[in-house]
Unconditional design. Structure first.
Lengths: 245, 301
């Protein structure tokens, strides 16, 4: 493979409400993969924390690269405010350069929380389906880091449970863990608790303020969750290890 | 040990390989935990090779013995490539493995079948040895071919017996049928796998180890399997033919990387949905011959 041209190993997937990109199948040598989607809010309420958010993403990737199952992980990263920006699609860890791929984040705009949750889930299901058709086993994890109420989504809340209901029945993935992580939740804590239930996240974690220490904890929590999900692949179970943040 | 896919001189043929071994459900039925007695090695050095071993269930620690024999076979291939017949190869592999068991010193049995396939570049051909029972399937320009080796006694004459005259004597006392080997081979082009009538069966001496040579230029794949391939059973003990299972194991949707592991795992799931589980341990390895590839291949268990 031409390491200098990583676009050559990524493919654009359309269909559904949002497109996404993913590694081409000829690059996937193993039998099983863990698909991870990390969605990070950079709406204007996080002004002043852009550097920490970038550092968080870099540290998540660094931590995952140390994992024994690193070769079997495909990670997609989305930044969102009122718009969704795919920093990269489902990419093999070895093809992610955490020092190059993540720009300094400059928070701005409103929050399209429903849209990003839907997009993240839809991409997981769609890519897992593609891999399943080619006989790869997968499981999935999505982590949405946000500080606020949805103010800008085009989709309605009801679309998320419909998507989950429709796709989970297909059993294309062994399991899918869904984390909602709240930051700066003084104002919107109760909204996020409700959002967790309505959007059927398996866990809501209230991280309190967006201090560097808490952002570091989120980084460790996400990387350890992806790691334990990856270890569970092939057992037919969701990650057995408890998720701690 | 690592290696790149082999590109034979004078052609653009790429040989990749993969393998998998899985424990059967008989140990679950017997309510005891045991090791998988089948074992697989594959790689590209010194030449593209597949090694498949099936340890004898009733012999002491034969799961470990099968592993030792497989690794000894690889060393033997390295030493003797291109100048060896199945008996000499099996004897040398057993002798090497015996050094290990004697050093370990707790009576590990080397009673195991040994299947080998390797590529000979100067002949542009694959050689296949079946020392004991097992199954070989390949596809070339004439269609599908197979060789199914079994014993009427259901007791293979393991290579480990041949280096010990007392074992051979005991084997013949226990199993006096000296024409116990049955080879069932495809007769010409077999297009439809349900057509058992197109296979022919031959009887051979108990110590017969078949050898096949397949022209590499027209070959698409070669699959080696332990006799576990014949043990996919449903609740009424009905089984599928080995050719049918072999065909399922080689219906690759994607030939990247661990192509055989993905296919066998998926085939296993599909069979389980239909009520068929593999009763015996299963060891399978495969050469895939393509025209161009950017595959990476490594020597692995």
């Amino acid at each position: 493979m031409d390491e200098g041209n990583l676009d050559a190993v990524m493919e654009q997937f359309s269909g559904g409400s949002f497109g996404f990109s993913g590694t081409t199948l000829d690059q996937l040598k193993a039998t099983k993969y863990t698909l991870a989607v990390i969605c990070v809010d950079y709406s204007s309420s996080l002004t002043g924390f852009g550097g920490e958010l970038t550092l968080m993403l870099q540290n998540i990737i660094k931590a995952l690269k140390d994992d024994p199952n690193a070769n079997n992980m495909l990670v997609r990263v989305i930044l969102f405010n009122h718009d969704l920006q795919e920093l990269h699609g489902f990419k093999l860890l070895k093809h992610i350069d955490e020092n190059q791929d993540y720009p300094i984040i400059r928070p701005t705009g409103a929050t399209a929380l429903i849209d990003v949750t839907y997009s993240g889930l839809e991409s997981l299901f769609h890519y897992a389906d593609t891999l399943d058709q080619n006989e790869y086993d997968t499981n999935g994890i999505i982590a949405v880091v946000t500080d606020g109420d949805d103010t800008a989504s085009g989709m309605s809340m009801g679309e998320i449970p419909k998507l989950l209901d429709r796709e989970l029945k297909k059993e294309k993935m062994e399991s899918i863990n869904r984390f909602l992580i709240g930051m700066n939740t003084q104002v919107c804590g109760s909204y996020l608790t409700m959002f967790q239930q309505d959007a059927q996240f398996t866990q809501y974690i209230d991280m309190g303020d967006a201090s560097p220490d808490n952002i570091k904890k989120i980084c460790l929590g996400i990387s350890s969750s992806i790691s334990s999900q990856s270890q569970a692949l092939g057992t037919g179970q969701a990650s057995a290890a408890p998720t701690t943040f | 040990m690592r290696g790149s896919p082999s590109v034979p001189p004078g052609g653009e043929m790429i040989i990749t390989n993969d393998g998998i071994y899985l424990q059967g459900n008989k140990s679950v039925i017997a309510n005891k935990v045991k090791e998988c007695e089948d074992y697989v090695l594959y790689g590209q050095e010194p030449v593209p090779y597949l090694i498949v071993c099936d340890g004898c269930g009733s012999s002491f620690r034969s799961a470990l013995g099968a592993r030792l024999l497989a690794h000894a076979a690889l060393k033997t291939l390295t030493q003797f490539q291109f100048r060896i017949d199945p008996h000499t190869f099996a004897n040398e592999a057993v002798k090497r493995a015996k050094f290990s068991t004697e050093l370990i010193g707790d009576g590990i049995s080397l009673d195991a079948t040994l299947l080998l396939a390797y590529y000979s570049a100067h002949e542009r051909a694959f050689h296949i040895f079946v020392c004991g029972d097992g199954y070989v399937q390949w596809k070339d320009s004439r269609g599908l071919g197979f060789l199914d080796v079994s014993y009427t006694t259901n007791a293979p004459y393991y290579p480990s017996y041949s280096i010990d005259p007392r074992s051979t004597e005991k084997y013949l006392l226990d199993f006096p049928d000296t024409e116990s080997v049955r080879t069932r081979v495809s007769a010409g082009q077999v297009k439809f796998l349900s057509a058992k009538m197109q296979a022919e069966t031959y009887a051979h001496a108990f110590n017969y180890y078949p050898q096949i040579k397949i022209d590499a230029d027209s070959c698409k794949y070669i699959l080696l399997s332990t006799d576990g391939i014949s043990q996919f059973r449903n609740s009424t003990l009905k089984t599928h033919s080995v050719e049918w299972i072999g065909d399922k194991f080689t219906a690759f949707k994607n030939t990247s990387g661990e192509f055989l592991k993905r296919r066998v795992n998926r085939a296993k799931k599909e069979l389980l949905k239909d009520g068929y589980d593999h009763y015996d341990d299963l060891g399978v390895a495969c050469f895939l011959i393509t025209e161009e590839s950017n595959e990476e291949s490594v020597c692995r268990e």
